[in-house]
Write a protein that binds this ligand. Structure first.
Ligand code: PGA
Length: 251
């Protein structure tokens, strides 16, 4: 039986006052954990330590939004996996579509970041997903398959024993237009099938979460699907009440 996972991706939002208010709003409801759900908060780097202090002693854990491909050295502006681990970060988002497009991260860079995460015992949350154009051209599965294959070909399928996959159709991110429950379930099943081609056991235990305009309204039905194991929450994670309701809607 797979556990569910709900992760907050704050993106580049917040300041110290906001972060304190938000986490203080979340913790009374979530610090004791929600049955069967792993809960992760991924703040921007400067707030990791602050969030760590605010969640300490509870069940909520820390994640980061990015990681350097390098271990240490002359890489101005980069943050390594060992630095993240030093701040008790447990998960790291890799391959988010905003980084693939805005920061021009290639599949190869995403693979290197995935490997960097695992090198420092962080759990990579690998984001995959198609653009609207690609969906319209019936290429959605092909794109996701290519993004997954980049990892499997380089690292082998067993790395998915300690990873999470987030299906995030690019057209649903921050648009208020979530994928339909059926579209999401179909792609999640496809992701599991693609991994099962290499190893069925790995595929069956892999947490595959959905991201893209998740809200308290659509979360219960999305999370009730057999292959949807939770969500990666952007906009709604910046509101304590909405985020708590989403976490609690895992059935
Ligand atoms: P959204 O973002 O919930 O605001 O659509 C999701 C994400 O980008 O991870």
């Amino acid at each position: 039986m797979r556990r569910a996972l709900v992760a907050a991706n704050w993106k580049m939002h917040g300041n110290r006052v906001f972060v304190k208010e938000l986490v203080s709003g979340i913790m009374p409801a979530l610090s004791g954990g929600v049955n069967g759900v792993d809960i992760v908060i991924c703040p921007p780097f400067p707030y990791l330590q602050m969030v760590d202090a605010l969640i300490s002693g509870g069940e909520v854990v820390l994640g980061a939004q990015d990681i350097s491909t390098h271990e240490c050295g002359a890489y101005t502006g980069e943050v390594s996996g060992s630095m993240l681990a030093d701040f008790r970060v447990r998960y790291v988002i890799v391959g988010h579509s905003e980084r693939r497009t805005i920061m021009a991260e290639s599949d190869q860079v995403v693979v290197a970041k995935f490997e960097a995460a695992q090198r420092d015992s962080l759990v990579p949350v690998l984001c995959v997903g198609e653009t609207l154009d690609e969906r319209d051209q019936d290429m959605a599965e092909q794109v996701v398959s290519r993004q997954l294959a980049a990892i499997v070909d380089k690292c082998g399928v067993s790395v998915f024993n300690r990873a999470v996959v987030a299906y995030e159709p690019v057209w649903a991110i921050g648009t208020g237009r979530s994928a339909s429950v059926q579209q999401a379930q179909d792609m999640h099943a496809a992701i599991r099938r693609l991994i099962a081609l290499h190893d069925d056991e790995v595929a069956q235990s892999l947490q595959v979460i959905y991201g893209g305009s998740v809200s308290p309204e659509n979360a219960p039905e999305l999370f009730a699907q057999p292959d949807i194991d939770g969500g990666l929450i952007g906009g709604a994670s910046l509101n304590a009440d909405l985020f708590v309701r989403i976490c609690k809607s895992v059935s």
